[in-house]
Structures are given as C-alpha cells and as structure tokens.
Design a protein around this ligand. Structure first.
Ligand SMILES: *Cc1c(COP(=O)(O)O)cnc(C)c1O
Length: 399
C-alpha cells in the first residue's frame, strides 16, 4: 500500500467571523485610511498597535504595509547609511537581504549552524572584520539562537540587533517574547505567517526616538499624535523635520481582520506545536535523517518543520523531494543551485556578493523544509511523517 497525502500545503484557515464583520464595518464606513478617523475614534490600526504592544510587553508598536517594509524601516530608523555593512543570516529568505539592499546598505552573511540558527562566533568575527554596527537577525523558520549569548556578544561589540520575527511571532527564548531582546522587533502578517492579513507588518521597540523615527518614516505626516502606541509629541520635536516620509502604512481593513487573530495567537501557536510534534515524532529515528533538536529554553511556534539529510549527495536529496512530491508531500530544499518558488539562498542574491561559505553550504545542502498549515489534522501530520520516513528510508537504503 502506498498512501498519498491529499491535503493542500498552502491552505489557510478562514479569517475569524469577528474579523470579517469588523472588516465589513470598515468598508461600510468608507474610512479605510489609518488617519481617517472620527474626532474621538482610535481607529482599527492604532488599536491593533496598542494591543500588539501590550501583547509583546513593550510600550511602542507601529503597523505597516509588509514585513519587508518593517525591516527596511527599522534600518532607516537606526540611521543605517548607504554603503554601510549590515550583518545577516546566510540561511534566510529574500526579503531580509532585500531590505538591507533597499536602503543601499551591504548585506554581510553570517554562517548557519546545524541547529539552523545564526553562528554567534561568526557574528563576532564578521562584526570585527567589517566594522558592522547592526545585525539583522532572522529567526529563520522559527529557530531561535541562544538569545542570551547573542545579546551579550552584540552588546559587547556595540552591535544593535534588529530581529526578523516573521516566523517567531508568539515564540519565546527563556520566557522572553521573540522580538523584544533586540532594539527593534519586526513581524510579518503576510498570509503564510502567524497572523494573516494578506500583506502587512508590525514593528516594536522600547526606544522612543527609534519609534518616533519609524512613525515619521511610515508616512504619518504631522498626524503622529493619532498613534496611541507611540511616544508623546516631545519625541517628535526635531525628528519630524529630519525624517523623510517613505509611505508604508497599514490600513483599517487589514487591522480589523488582524485584531481577532491576535486575541487567539497563543492558542494558534499551541495548535501549530501539536502538528509539529506529530510530524517530529513520526520522522524521528529514520536512518540518515537528522531531526533538529529544540533547546529546552526555546518556546517555538511550529508553523513549519525542517529536517536534515546531512552530507547526502544532491541527487539523492532531490530524489527524496521528488518521491515525496509524488505522494503529495511538498518539501522545499535549500540546496538547489537555482532559486525556486519562495526558496533561494545567499549565493542567488547576486546584488550582495559573498565568499563561498563552506559550513553553511553543507547545512543548506541538507535542509528540507515543510509548511504545517493549521488546516492539517494531527492524522494528516502522522500520515505525512509516514510518507517522509518511507521515502527517506527507500532512497537511503538504495544508496
Ligand atoms: C515573509 C518573511 C519576511 C517578510 O515578509 P513580507 O511581509 O512578505 O514582506 C521577512 N523574513 C522572513 C524570513 C520571511 O519569511
């Protein structure tokens, strides 16, 4: 019997009914722009910012047009200049180096470890070698590095950390919410992330000056006092004259559908983790396959799962991908020579040339990656794991 999985790896859950109703109310009002509010009205966007800041335990939050916009806005808010080196992960997705390049700065890639996290020793080495003063830290696929060690190293070197939390909204290191250790945390609310507004982003910080700059950058004109999760007017006194407008605001429609999702975020994280653990339990112990062990102090959000076929020949990895695909299981491979779909790697970003990274190449060549949408049942997850186990086993045995 060869079972075939019939589910859809890119099927999301519907938007909660309250969100749909709130969105319809916004449309009926005709006031979609975030600053188009009645005299005593906060508006969906400012309310979302206030609620997200509260949920993250920080004073300030800004809602923007996309996660990638939040990243570029963060770099600008820190005053990163064209030509300046910015450290970032070799294992990440295109919007991350893209945000650095978008302001004319220069991505400097840092090696990835077998835990799929940034190599902290290489952060220090590359910071020293290039003089970089900013790290754009991508918590790629939800894997958190040792944030205590990383922050100590970066503080010691005078490197400011921007956290890309596109895959870690709701995750924690040692009890601290992802995005609250660095000077700025950035999140995406694009369809494939932990809250879905089609497109969208959020940026958090505890620094009033940074938030004032971010608000002006996002396109607040002189309406910054309408932000209820931003510092008071005094923080804008000079900044409002010095900061260019790079419009990238969120609108009320998106905020309306996000607010009920924020209220359910913790519950959703738990549901992802049940699915993650079901797949993990099913593939653990497969010969030739390395499960990525998660540290005890990491509370992850298993919206996707990765495993390694370390030191396998490329052709064999490709055979596993093809055989799983034939049985309905979509795996993404980070070792492919040519970028495909959403998946590319540091050497495909030719606008940001880099030396070969032997250590990262070995890891990237072995990473297989799979989404775990909440529309999958636990039985679906068990079936997917059986298929992976069987196909990895078959190819490994034949090798
Ligand atoms: C999705 C994503 C982003 C940015 O998201 P957009 O909202 O699509 O701009 C940033 N980093 C990573 C790792 C992502 O997956």
């Amino acid at each position: 019997m060869t079972e075939v999985f019939k589910g859809n790896f890119t099927q999301q859950e519907p938007i909660p009914e309250e969100g749909i109703e709130a969105a319809v109310a916004v449309m009926r009002s005709g006031r979609l722009h975030r600053y188009n509010v009645l005299p005593d009205e906060e508006g969906e966007v400012a309310t979302l910012e206030r609620e997200f800041a509260e949920a993250m335990g920080v004073p300030y939050c800004l809602a923007v047009a996309s996660g990638g916009y939040a990243l570029a806005c963060a770099l600008r808010a820190l005053g990163v200049k064209p030509g300046e080196p910015v450290l970032t992960n070799a294992f990440t997705l295109a919007p991350v180096p893209g945000s650095i390049a978008s302001i004319g700065a220069v991505p400097v890639f840092v090696e990835v470890t077998e835990a799929l996290t940034i190599d902290i020793d290489d952060v220090a080495a590359k910071a020293r070698a290039t003089g970089a003063k900013v790290l754009m830290l991508s918590h790629m696929r939800g894997h958190l590095c040792d944030m205590d060690q990383l922050m100590a190293v970066c503080d010691g070197l005078g490197v400011q950390v921007i956290e890309d939390c596109a895959h870690t909204m709701g995750a924690r290191w040692n009890g601290r919410l992802s995005g609250t250790d660095g000077i700025i945390g950035c999140y995406s609310t694009q369809t494939y992330k932990h809250m879905n507004s089609g497109e969208g982003g959020l940026l958090v910080t505890r620094d009033p000056e940074v938030m004032a700059r971010a608000v002006m950058l996002s396109g607040s004109y002189m309406l910054y006092s309408k932000h209820t999760a931003a510092p008071g007017a005094e923080a804008f006194a000079e900044i409002r004259y010095e900061t260019p407008n790079v419009s990238g605001r969120m609108d009320h429609l998106r905020a309306a559908i996000l607010r009920p999702q924020l209220a359910r975020l913790s519950e959703q994280c738990e549901r992802w983790n049940e699915r993650y653990r079901a797949v993990e339990a099913g593939i653990r112990g497969t010969t030739g396959l390395t499960v990525v062990e998660r540290p005890e102090v990491e509370y992850y959000v298993g919206s996707s799962i990765q495993f390694l076929l370390l030191d396998w020949a490329s052709a064999k990895v490709q055979e596993v991908v093809a055989r799983c695909a034939a049985r309905g299981v979509e795996l993404k491979w980070f070792g492919a020579g040519e970028p495909v779909g959403f998946t590319s790697r540091y050497d495909s970003w030719r606008y940001a040339p880099s030396e070969r990274m032997a250590k990262s190449d070995r890891i990237l060549g072995g990473i297989l990656d799979m989404r775990l949408p909440l529309t999958f049942s636990l039985e679906d997850c068990a079936q997917i794991a059986r298929i992976i186990r069987a196909e990895v086993g078959a190819v490994h045995q034949a090798a």
